[in-house]
Design a protein around this ligand. Structure first.
Ligand SMILES: Cc1cc2nc3c(=O)[nH]c(=O)nc-3n(C[C@H](O)[C@H](O)[C@H](O)COP(=O)(O)OP(=O)(O)OC[C@H]3O[C@@H](n4cnc5c(N)ncnc54)[C@H](O)[C@@H]3O)c2cc1C
Length: 500
């Protein structure tokens, strides 16, 4: 068989954090399986997973206010916050396993400890934050969270944000030191280097153009080798569509019933970045505010300390925007070509429902740099325009589908795993909470697609991720043990080890 026509066990489409995680998990579970990767760009981690294309927050619901929802009776629903925190603990354990076995090195290059804070202003929001603090701080997963509405304390915690602030209404914050900044781009590249060393074949500059089922139930991919211009055919028993924003088009090509009646709506992100060491040195936290009324949850403003290439910088945003592209490097035709006879009604229904969102996104796109600076000044009153530059981040393609609760054409803000009934192909759509929960999502794919192997793999999964299948919230001792050991392995600060 020529190199342009191959047969393999597993094909991963796309070299982002999701394929990197699934490939690494599978190589540990079944080292003998042959895995091949096709990526249309020249390197790994160049799209959403790239460090400049996302905010690098290790999402564990320590600071994101939209994960705790106020119910009509005034009480708080914290179930989503618990779920996301538990999912992040799986990522920490898997990354620690890889570091402990020298499969990846130098955790400092991809994860750093950084306090996670929530900041609100105004009577109503301060009451909400206090309620959220009370609901979370007794929970073992959120132990160590502090609350303050004392100005002196806030000056100590967030001097840059407090300087020059007119305080004519209440202000309050919560702070927890066990937060992280994750360089998902660096992690993705490390994982692909590791996979390459395990003989995984990684083909860059190879764009997957079509996917068809063969007579024996495998999947044949039509791949455009962009270096030679040739069309190649590659077959695998199992295919993961990890194309990020490119996944919807590829899923549609499979023709599986599960791919029908699903659409996508792209939301772009823009950050402001500051590299001035004087300004950067005055802030040390990821500080999340509350989304403006009418704004989608992914545009909650936050001011983040970032560690990229061993350099500290500040990132503010994201400002949402509209572009019809599904990938940053995608085409202006992406949105139009994703509309098919089977999803046109779903898309039209969403269009009618989401007029306010579309209007909001268009308004965001039209903002001038000075208008963006005004939003930044709500965080840093003394911010100077010359210290901040704009960076265009990645595209998030929000899933649109018909749901019982929301009806036809409901916009989803989470991630969706779509698998064929026989488990031979899986795709990941959506982008939130995203890279932080990659290990959880890929374990879900493994369970759905390889049910016949799960029993045999269970002990290896437990070795890699000791809390797999166990609620850490209900097992505070195990949580303490895992938190302490992963903090040590990943080089997270001593301050993190606040568990009694
Ligand atoms: C503005 C923004 C902020 C975010 N902030 C955070 C955050 O703070 N924390 C967090 O955890 N997550 C965050 N996310 C989400 C996170 O970035 C994504 O969930 C994650 O990177 C998705 O990884 P992926 O592997 O699915 O996709 P990607 O990293 O986009 O990788 C997909 C790859 O597939 C390739 N590809 C696509 N189509 C084809 C094809 N036809 N053939 C071959 N290759 C193809 C692409 O070139 C790309 O390399 C954020 C996202 C955005 C956009």
């Amino acid at each position: 068989m020529s190199s342009s026509e191959t047969k393999t066990d597993v094909i991963l489409i796309g070299a982002g954090i999701m394929s990197a995680t699934l490939g690494t998990l599978l190589k540990e579970l079944v080292p003998e399986w042959e895995i091949t990767v096709y990526e249309k760009l020249a390197n790994a981690g160049e799209e959403s997973s790239n460090e400049w294309n996302n905010a690098g927050t290790g999402h564990s619901a320590l600071c994101e206010l939209n994960y705790t929802v106020e119910k009509p009776d005034g009480s708080l629903d914290i179930s989503k916050a618990i779920k996301i925190n538990e999912q992040f603990q799986l990522s920490r354990q898997f990354w620690s396993y890889l570091v402990n076995r020298n499969l990846i090195r130098n955790p400092r290059d991809f994860i750093m400890p950084i306090p996670h804070m929530s900041l609100v202003q105004g009577e109503q929001d301060v009451t909400f934050l206090k309620k959220r603090f009370k609901a979370l701080s007794d929970n073992p997963l959120f132990q160590g969270m502090e609350f303050s509405d004392d100005h002196e304390k806030l000056i100590e915690w967030i001097p840059l944000i407090m300087e020059g602030r007119t305080l004519n209404e209440p202000i309050a914050a919560t702070k927890i030191d066990s937060g992280t900044d994750v360089n998902f781009g660096a992690l993705t590249r490390m994982l692909f280097d590791h996979l390459e060393s395990k003989n995984v074949e990684i083909n860059y500059n190879h764009s997957v153009e079509d996917i068809k089922r063969t007579d024996d139930g495998s999947w044949e991919l039509k791949v455009w080798n962009m270096a030679t211009g040739n069309i190649e055919r590659h077959t695998a028993k199992f295919v993961f569509i990890g194309g990020g924003g490119g996944s919807l088009h590829l899923l549609q090509k499979t023709g599986i019933p599960e791919s029908k009646h699903i659409g996508g709506f792209p939301v772009s992100g823009i950050f402001m970045v500051c590299n001035d060491p004087d300004v950067v040195g005055q802030h040390h936290a990821k500080v999340y505010g509350k989304a403006k009324v009418g704004a989608p949850p992914m545009s909650v403003p936050h001011l983040d300390t970032r560690y990229i290439d061993n350099k500290k910088s500040l990132l503010f945003g994201p400002f949402a925007g509209f572009s019809p592209k599904f990938l940053k490097t995608g085409s202006n035709m992406d949105l139009i070509t994703s509309v098919k006879p089977n999803n046109v009604l779903t898309m039209l229904a969403a269009g009618a429902k989401q007029m306010p969102l579309t209007k909001y996104l268009i308004q965001q796109v039209m903002l001038s740099k000075e208008q963006r600076m005004e939003e930044l000044r709500e965080f840093i009153p003394n911010a100077k325009s010359e210290d901040w530059d704009l960076v265009v981040a990645g595209q998030r393609v929000q899933v649109i589908k018909d749901t019982e609760a929301g009806g036809k054409g409901t916009l989803q803000f989470g991630t969706e795993v779509i698998t064929a009934a026989d488990g031979s192909i899986a795709a990941l759509l959506g982008a939130s909470p995203g890279a932080s929960t990659a290990v959880h999502v890929m374990l879900e794919i493994i369970k759905k697609c390889f049910p016949e192997h799960i029993e045999e793999w269970e002990s290896k999964i437990k070795e890699m991720i000791p809390s797999h299948g166990v609620s850490l919230m209900e097992n505070p001792e195990l949580l303490h043990e895992i938190h302490t050991s992963t903090a040590q392995t990943l080089g997270l600060s001593e301050k993190e080890l606040i568990f009694s």
